[in-house]
Design a protein around this ligand. Sequence first.
Ligand code: SF4
Length: 227
Amino acid sequence: MTLAIDSSPLRAIHDAMLARYGPQQWWPADTPFEVMIGAVLTQNTAWTNVERAIGNLRAANCLTLEHILDCPQNELAQLIRPSGYFNIKADRLLHLCRFVAEAGGVEALARRQDHDLRQAVLAVKGVGPETADDILLYAFRRPCFVIDAYTRRILSRIGLIQGKEPYEALRHAIEQALGPDVALYNEYHGLVVRHAKEACSKKPSCKGCCLAEACAHGGRAHGWENV
Ligand code: SF4
């Protein structure tokens, strides 16, 4: 599936959100390895729950590759319990950590080319494209645009996408439109999450939204013509 998205509205959306919210300075983690752990823990849950799970791992001195690999799976599951789906996520964390160890560590992974690294991360059990791109972008600073449910919601309400496009088609179209810009992708995703929480939630607050003038949904909500 070939999909094309215009660059200028995509950039205008970023600029308007940045003007409203300021830099988001993602990802909230101290090390690339911690980003990888957080990327798995944040699957299907809010970040506040991830923070509690990571806090438990840190308090138990279990936030390193070696310590997680040494930790019995049931103990690991209890430590990450606040993140939800803790048995599944413990299994996924162990698969991810075994992958990192077998690859020679985070530093060895960081030497791989973008495509090779992405394919390798995607091959880890429990790592889908969104988690992989979280890891590629925020742990390894590679130009991989993260598509999450918030991205689909906002861009489809605005009218730039349908919302149900395949992940890879959407990622490719956005990356083509924006060019390979790690700093821009980093900020863009953080702003999308912020905007989805502050304004464009399931029931959007369109009044006063920084994207309202460009938004088909917001325009209809305001009764504007020609939107
Ligand atoms: S105008 Fe409403 S629907 Fe459009 S982006 Fe803003 S909050 Fe979302």
